[in-house]
Design a protein around this ligand. Structure first.
Ligand SMILES: NC(=O)C1=CN([C@@H]2O[C@H](COP(=O)(O)OP(=O)(O)OC[C@H]3O[C@@H](n4cnc5c(N)ncnc54)[C@H](O)[C@@H]3O)[C@@H](O)[C@H]2O)C=CC1
Ligand SMILES: NCC(=O)COP(=O)(O)O
Length: 349
């Protein structure tokens, strides 16, 4: 492919009982007004046709190859077909469809690593539905790293970055129970997460010398050890190590005071210790315009920041904004990669 910009993005269907199909259909319907880059959806065409009818959307579907998707995108929604085991009922997830949901993700990665699509954009999956069918990964993030590691022949460490206009933030530990967080934290894990963030914020977001604000774990970042020892024993040495590597990291900062507007001026991204410490400020500041990005992979992956919202599926009330932001960001990251090595100033997303 000579012109990478004419390749389509690979969009996975997510859980077909959730809002993913609704959002994809809405995004395609508004493609011209929103000037969206072309995307190909990996989904069951019968499910898409049924959902479009239910939503009253007039969407032409074109089963097509990834190579033809960008050309077809103006007149029809390009579909790479997969087949569901059972018809999808909006709002009622069915573990019988888990294998197809997972296969759509795997195909998106295969197409993108094979240079047939530009990036992977994933629609939400319900983790518990996939666990019920034996899926052995906590979420997309870990599954994508597994697929990348298999292809590369070495372990790939993923970093979950939530990127919005007001805040970029990544947790060191991701999908683990809160009670396991202190044991899972190590200086090495924090340094590795910070290193990947700093590297990818340059190569994929076009930032120059990103500043990383590192949170503490305990109230008041441990209050000099009186409220917990991890801040001083594990996190502070990680910050020192990152700085010794030439990365503009600082902290550990009390997590409760590092997200207000003036504090956010002092950094390009925040590095937090666990899922909710990072995702609560991200979703509070920008639920509809933040994007979940997996850093550390050899390909680009974005996703809306929200989940399957089963109660909204098939009703035409789910907002497609975060998926649209994810589609746009994936294309922008792919452009930045093409123009690479010439870091440019970027707005905060
Ligand atoms: N990337 C992914 O695949 C993600 C998947 N999930 C999964 O989603 C499932 C449901 O998780 P919840 O915690 O309920 O989060 P959720 O994001 O699905 O819903 C949280 C609240 O936000 C509303 N909401 C979500 N998306 C919306 C949209 N586009 N427009 C308007 N309102 C919207 C929902 O109606 C609900 O009130 C879980 O199984 C979880 O594992 C959650 C986050 C990300
Ligand atoms: N809360 C964020 C989330 O669950 C996203 O997970 P993933 O499926 O993108 O790994």
């Amino acid at each position: 492919m000579t012109n990478g910009r004419r390749r389509a993005l690979a969009l996975t269907m997510g859980d077909p009982a959730g809002i993913g199909p609704d959002l994809a259909l809405a995004a395609w319907t508004n493609r011209a007004a929103l000037e969206l880059p072309p995307f190909l959806i990996i989904a069951d065409p019968a499910m898409l046709a049924e959902r479009a009818e239910r939503l009253g959307l007039n969407v032409a579907l074109a089963v097509t190859s990834p190579e033809d998707a960008a050309v077809k995108f103006d007149t029809a929604l390009p579909v790479l077909p997969v087949t569901l085991a059972k018809p999808a009922i909006p709002g009622t997830p069915d573990p019988a469809n888990a294998n197809t949901i997972i296969e759509a993700i795997r195909l998106g990665v295969e197409l993108t690593t094979g240079d047939r699509t530009r990036a992977v954009v994933t629609n939400p999956i319900a983790k518990s539905v996939l666990y019920a069918s034996g899926f052995g990964f906590p979420g997309h993030t870990e599954y994508l790293a597994h697929l990348a590691g298999e292809a590369a022949g070495h372990v790939v460490t993923p970093v979950m970055l939530l990127a919005g206009p007001e805040l970029r933030v990544a947790p060191v530990t991701i999908h683990i129970p809160l009670g396991q967080v202190p044991q899972a934290l190590s200086t090495r894990a924090i340094v590795e997460t910070g290193r990947i963030m700093a590297r990818d914020l340059v190569s994929r977001f076009g930032l120059n010398a990103p500043r990383l604000a590192v949170s503490g774990l305990n109230p008041h970042a441990g209050e000099d050890g009186a409220l917990g020892s991890e801040d001083g024993d594990i996190i502070a040495p990680a910050v020192a190590e990152l700085r010794a590597m030439g990365i503009g990291a600082f902290g550990p900062l009390p997590a409760d005071t590092m997200f207000h507007a003036e504090a956010r001026e002092s950094y390009d991204a925040a590095l937090c210790m666990y899922h909710d410490q990072a995702l609560i400020p991200a979703k509070t500041l920008g639920f509809h315009d933040s994007v979940n990005v997996t850093l550390g992979l050899p390909f680009i992956r974005t996703s809306p920041d929200h989940g399957t919202a089963f109660s909204l599926a098939g009703q035409g009330v789910a907002r497609p904004d975060s998926l649209i932001a994810a589609i746009r960001l994936a294309a922008r990251m792919a452009d930045t990669e093409i123009e690479t090595k010439t870091p440019q100033a970027s707005s905060r997303i």
